[in-house]
Design a binder for this molecule. Sequence first.
Ligand code: HEM
Length: 369
Amino acid sequence: AATVDFRGAHQAGIATPSQDRLCFATFDVAPGATRADLAALLTTWTAAAEAMTLGRQVPGGEGDLNTPPDDTGEAVGLTPGRLTVTIGYGPGLFDDRFGLAARRPSALKPLPALPGENLDPAVTGGDLCVQACADDPQVAFHAVRNLRRLGFGTVLPRWMELGFGRTSSTSPQQATPRNLMGFKDGTRNIDARDEKVMGEHVWIGEEEPQRWVRGGSYLVSRKIKMRMEQWDRDRLGDQQDVFGRYKSSGAPLTGHGEFDPPDFAAKSGGRYVIPEDSHIRLAAPENNKGLRILRRGYSYTDGIDKETGDLLGGLFFIAFMNTPDRFVTLQRVLGAHDALNEYIQHIGSGVFAVPPGLAAGQDWGRQLF
Ligand code: HEM
């Protein structure tokens, strides 16, 4: 189907099989904007997001010749492309400005400093985030653009990222896509159709004292630059050792088929077949007390580095989990030991509480306040 349900127990865009394209933006609440302004904007955003999800224009109609149209127009005639618009709230929203301190989701706080990162404030943080995913890049962009337009005076755009290819399957029914290193990505991701696993690892549950956010999740974003020139000069054997998987088939180095379980105990010539510093060994739940996250990232590019001529781009990592501590735990291990670190650099970051889905008649403004 070309449309994804906007309302439900959970927001769309998390368990939704990942669409091909992403437009992700964060916003700060403008200085001087009040609690009432913010609440009103979130109500307006809900109606706009729901309409766009259905392939309709932003409500309001064409207007007359003397006013700008309510919808910017570039999605007219395009199919909805399975558009989902997912909203999240950053730690800063729950400071003193809007009287929301008593509503703060208990695990929502800025991420601690993590090994190996070199974060650019220009692509880090934000009071709110909007994740728009669709199979058509123009549909995803149109969604963010129109929310930004409705937000004039109340929110200021902070940064925006376009993702041009999904790097994770979130269901084995989708063929596993490849990331910009040429490897299949998402093979052992959580299958988002598995409600038991989603309930254990992704959805915020009864453990959360803030009832209003139960059924939601936490979104961690990381802009991860790949040193593509270095990677492209690395020999195939080393590339495969970095991940612990074969490049062409995606199989673990201890198996033949993509979905064969990795055998982390297997040795050859006294050494582990899946190397000790390989990405999958360090990230696997077997080696992290069962810890799992739902990855839902996209490839991005920033064009070319003017000084070196190098291609700029990598992975815009997005993951959902029931507490950001899961990401922190994993990244402490990966940032310190992952063989991949020679070829990547975390340059942007964000953490957001994603509220649960909306019931009929409810909107984001009334849900938050
Ligand atoms: C697995 C790529 C960063 C967590 C994988 C796989 C690839 C990959 C190719 C194997 C296939 C699969 O099971 O999906 C990358 C690249 C990254 C990156 C290119 C950076 C540019 C991260 C980060 C995290 C992470 C930052 C979390 C902190 C995981 C997890 C798995 C995985 C949990 C599954 C391991 C398993 O269960 O076998 N990644 N990844 N990755 N990655 Fe990453």
